[in-house]
Design a protein. Sequence first.
Lengths: 370, 119
Amino acid sequence: MNWQDFEVPVLYIETDNLAFARRAFSIVNGKGKKKQTAYQKLRNEVNVVRIDGDTTDEDEVITERKVSIAEKHNCYPVEAFKYKNYPGTFSNIATFKTLSDEELELACGWHDKYFHFVPLHVSCFFMFRDIHRVFKSAKRPFTDKLQHDMASMIQQLFGDLQQYQESVTEAFRKWHRTKYEYDGAWNDEGYAVALLQLYKHFGGTEYVPASLLDRFDDLISFFDPAILNIKQFDDYEEVVRRPNPMKNLNELKGGIGKTVTLLDRVEKLEDTAKWRKAVERLKNEGFEFDLNRMPSVAQVKLGDILIDEDIQRTLDELHCSNIINPKTFDPALLQILVCIKTSDGKFISIDGQHTASVIAGLIVAGIIHD
Amino acid sequence: MTDTYYFYIVMPFDRPGFGIAQDIKDRSQKYSSHTGKLVNFPFIYAGHRPHAKALERAIKTVMADKIWVVEDWRTEWLDVTLSELKETVDTLISERHFKLKCIMKDYDFTKDLSNSVDH
């Protein structure tokens, strides 16, 4: 098989205007493209396991198991803009994924036991991950008493973890400026270290490994005097547990099982003032929707596709190698190429050069054949 | 510097708002400067500073769908009655054990906070 004669689907726009191609490239590869969020990726991984029953991908199985641990403790990963005010929700998916099963049991279990009435603040993940790892290295138990005392401090001194986060980052900023005379970036290890330093400051008696106490020396003296002036924190007081709407709203519990027509989306747009204003602006500027400028689709020979190196990025060979990872590579998922078609019949690539290069490369390598 | 912090409910017109301040008199004067009249603070709470901040955030969370929205623009005011807001505040303080107490009703900066009492 000759790779030049192999035909691929191409979406193209007829124009001789290379400025258009350049601008189009930056739009399809940058600001004009809505990227998949971390939550959407997680949702797909979970749904592959839960809805499709497909457990062939180890990473997807691990993700689903972690989500199950969180759900067992009434904690729910959510999209940052959706449901984020409900108890137990969290949107920092990247940090969630860094925790082991055991660490998630601890973090989510603690949140559900003591702070079931608020969203799960990401500092909970950092604290329990760091504390668990140090206690494990020290081969000492992270006792229920210490976990209870931590909850008492958070509740009685700060109200909740979000307020603790505000207080500790403010203390850190002052500490860093005093010690190093410039504003340093926040260090997530500070969540666990500062809370346990405060614990000892208030006379806490449970064992805490020294390696969790001797970092950021003197950090706690930069906390708000309203906190430091308290002689002893009171014991945790129970908070009324109310039904959590997320039990029914959780979209990961087997998917939402809903398909809608575009009419649903149109109605949502028409309900939005920003959309109505944007439409009004188009009308006011006399914009005419030219149907002839809509893109066309054709089967084009790979040999007829040109790559303008002033428009497209240089070839990323590593990216091409990653595309053909046997675990994930599937011809059904190959991207449609986007080109402009010039008046002399040339197809100049705007998007998809890596896909085209991979196909041609696989033909040359004998992987794609008659 | 005093450790006392204030949480207030403010109602210059027909919608209530809320906020926190260390210097309640100064805050009251600023509201009055902006609106051109003595602005009434129907309820003032005082107590532990981090809890005042946590309470303010908690209200923003539990009343997120009650914010007065004008053409997608979320204002700093609530589309609820004063008594609805007061009830929410009191419930949150009670249920979450915030160390805050209602110390005065119908405050403006011409009044003396030292005359405050528990309500």
